[in-house]
Design a protein around this ligand. Structure first.
Ligand code: FAD
Length: 273
């Protein structure tokens, strides 16, 4: 019987800058493009695996077990990403997938993740990346914690101490570190300074190959269409466009002094200096 669960929320994002926008729905075209695990989520996966490695021997002394679970809300193909997480050392994974989830903003995404997490018992810690490469809002973590009524610490840079009831955590702010002791269950988001993600092990890859990943849909989560996807979203991306860059090249001529004067004049004209 598993006594403690660590849930790692990960998102599949475009692994290329060649992104296409669906002109009808103004959402990213995710089919047929190269995808990757959101970079910050690879640190979240690593932290989950490390915490299990640290706590499992201690907990086994009292006959308790700990398990890590990767969770994603996404199209069916994001199941492959969950297998990568298992190859990296995560124990189990669940895919939240349903056409009804499409077009979700951060509020609807957080709600769907929260309802899925409530299906697990004994979850103690939720680890997220600090933001995604595509939506890039950093909103899902705090929104998820609010829906589960648990503490949230963003930008965690090291977990100083942890047991099944409390955790001491340090985070980096612009100009200082802050240290918190918080009650579990709780949620944290992590940045690049928390660890160095490992590469998948052969054993991990073999386990991932044979892993059957359960898919939970809107009905399994007892969610109403009005709460999820585009309908359950307070914000809608109405236009995504790539900024246009105008490049104009002008070769400066004459003596170096003359060129410097001309350049300085141009920079002043553009209010750069
Ligand atoms: C270009 C673009 C702009 C967008 N702008 C907005 C916007 O301004 N407001 C808005 O509400 N929505 C926006 N969205 C939609 C938003 O991307 C989705 O709601 C998304 O699922 C969550 O937001 P995020 O990508 O900003 O995640 P963030 O809040 O940046 O993600 C933080 C962490 O939450 C976890 N996480 C995020 N999404 C998932 C998921 N689907 N499954 C599991 N874990 C997850 C990961 O650990 C991630 O590192 C935008 C989408 C795009 C493509």
């Amino acid at each position: 019987m598993v006594d403690i669960k660590i849930i790692v929320c990960i998102k599949q994002v475009p692994g290329t800058t060649e992104i296409k926008i669906n002109p009808e729905t103004n959402t990213l075209v995710r089919e047929g493009i190269e995808t990757v695990i959101n970079p910050f989520d690879t640190y979240a996966i690593e932290e989950g695996v490390r915490l299990k490695e640290k706590l499992a021997p201690l907990l086994s002394q009292t006959g308790e077990e700990i398990e890590t679970i990767a969770l994603t809300m996404g199209p069916p193909q994001s199941g492959e990403m969950l297998k990568e997480a298992i190859a990296l050392g995560i124990d189990k994974a669940v895919l939240l997938s349903d056409r009804a989830f499409a077009g979700a903003d951060t509020w609807a995404t957080a709600l769907t993740l929260a309802e899925a997490i409530k299906k697990f018992d004994d979850w103690k810690l939720i680890i997220l990346g600090k933001q995604t490469l595509d939506g890039d809002t950093g909103q899902v973590g705090p929104e998820l914690a609010q829906k589960l009524n648990i503490p949230f610490i963003g930008y965690a840079s090291s977990i100083l101490d942890i047991n099944k009831n409390r955790m001491t955590i340090k985070r980096l702010m612009e100009d200082r570190y802050e240290t918190f002791e918080i009650r579990l269950p709780a949620a944290i988001s992590v940045g690049k300074d928390i660890n160095i993600p490992r590469v998948p092990s052969l054993r991990g890859k073999l386990k991932a190959k044979n892993e059957a990943i359960p898919v939970w849909d809107k009905n399994y989560l007892n969610l109403d269409q009005s709460q999820i996807g585009l309908e359950g979203s307070y914000t809608q991306v109405i236009k995504i466009s790539m900024p246009e860059h105008h490049y104009e090249v002008k070769m400066l001529e004459g003596s170096p002094d003359h060129q410097v004067d001309e350049l300085y004049g141009k920079l002043k004209e553009l209010n750069i200096v």
